[in-house]
Design a protein around this ligand. Structure first.
Ligand SMILES: NC(=O)c1ccc[n+]([C@@H]2O[C@H](COP(=O)([O-])OP(=O)(O)OC[C@H]3O[C@@H](n4cnc5c(N)ncnc54)[C@H](O)[C@@H]3O)[C@@H](O)[C@H]2O)c1
Length: 352
């Protein structure tokens, strides 16, 4: 630590890196001290743009830098575990992008390394930080919907051919680990299970690459059975033009809540005398407040929350807001969906 600030090193200087830098700058107890990228020209330019912080080409060198206390993992998804393990072994805390990694063995090894080293690892699932989503989770925990019957996630995105061509790792099994679900849909899948505070027990799914010439899926339908007994669906695609705002629909025998983007657009929970849920229409309010219409736009709001939380978690010796064990569950579920689609049968989801 220098001047009472945690030194942050950003590993991977691509699309999401500036959002991490913004969040670090927004935290009075954090400071960007180093960046790393195997693409030297790109990394050096990024370092210069950030006021000339130290540049590393090799992350194994960056994690040794005494000025670095926390490493942000912003590399392609299938490389996350390598960065996390190197950082943890060097005694550094970690802030890791979604999905945590793309394979079960790698997830287990990274979490083991963090626990063994006794460092703190915060994970990026920024939707969990949004006020309306927190309200919904609390309502479900209170039992406002009664017995949960259906929990659905509609994750209908659009990604162009140019998007998949924009970096060699996109749309590959080896480094993206999947497509519409593992990369884009993982946010909504994590949110769905976090909101209902339950795990999916079994899945039955179909996946396909219907439009894009990529190895991984651009479209998926999955039927879910939660441990509670509730059913649900995940519809995920990157081939829905122009793409729809994410929608999560939660129904119980007492009420319904619908969330569009990160805004509550339906809240029908207070029972009328005939037992029917009273429909408090939040749609107009949400429009006035601005429902996020563009799934591609990542604002820094969630990262700002999560970096500040990580710093506090380290200081207080507590768990971060998004723990590694909770963050890996979305990946475990997605891998079960892929397995179901491959085997053309329903499968049990294996959690670590
Ligand atoms: N939270 C979000 O909403 C969000 C949004 C976008 C991306 N992401 C996640 O962030 C990660 C990165 O995505 P991106 O879109 O920024 O990718 P990107 O391709 O734009 O950037 C990745 C960078 O990592 C560098 N890199 C690759 N291997 C490296 C290595 N061994 N050592 C050092 N640098 C290396 C590449 O040169 C590149 O600059 C992915 O896991 C993605 O899922 C999260």
């Amino acid at each position: 630590m220098r001047n009472g600030k945690f030194g942050f090193g950003v590993l991977g200087c691509g699309v999401i890196a500036p959002t991490h830098v913004q969040a670090i700058k927004a935290c009075s107890e954090a400071e960007l001290v180093a960046v790393c990228d195997i693409d030297e020209a790109k990394g050096r330019k990024f370092a210069a743009d950030q006021g000339g912080v130290t540049f590393y080409r090799d992350y194994r060198e960056m994690v040794k830098d005494p000025a670095v206390d926390v490493v942000c993992i912003c590399t392609p998804s299938g490389l996350h575990a390598d960065g996390v393990i190197a950082a943890a072994r060097a005694g550094k805390h970690v802030f890791c992008e979604k999905p945590l990694d793309i394979r079960r063995d790698r997830l287990s090894r990274m979490i083991d390394a963090v626990e063994k080293a006794g460092v703190t690892m915060g994970c990026v699932f920024q939707s969990r930080t949004m006020p309306d989503n927190i309200r919904i989770r609390r309502a479900l925990q209170r039992g406002d919907l009664g017995k949960l019957t259906l929990a659905d996630a509609f994750l209908k995105d659009y990604r162009s051919r140019a998007y998949y061509a924009s970096a060699g790792w996109r749309g590959t099994w080896a480094l993206d680990g999947g497509g519409a679900l593992m990369n884009q849909g993982v946010h909504g899948i994590d949110l769905l299970t976090w909101l209902v505070d339950d795990q999916v027990e079994r899945v039955f799914a179909r996946t396909d690459h219907k439009v894009r010439d990529i190895e991984v899926e651009d479209t998926c339908v999955a039927a879910l059975q939660f441990r509670s007994g509730a059913f649900g669906t995940i519809i995920g695609t990157t081939s829905c033009n122009p793409g729809e705002t994410r929608r999560i629909e939660l129904h119980g025998d007492v009420g319904t809540i619908i969330c569009t983007g990160n805004k509550i657009t339906r809240w029908a929970v207070a029972a009328e005398p005939d037992g029917r849920a009273k429909d408090i229409d939040h749609a107009q309010k949400a429009v006035e407040e601005g429902v996020t219409g563009d799934n591609k736009a990542v604002t820094a709001q969630g990262h700002v929350f999560l970096v500040a939380d990580l710093v506090q978690a380290i200081q207080q010796g507590r768990e971060p807001y998004v723990t590694p064990r909770s963050a890996r569950q979305a990946v475990d579920l997605i891998l079960a969906i892929y397995e179901s689609a491959r085997r053309r049968r329903d499968v049990a989801v294996r959690y670590a």
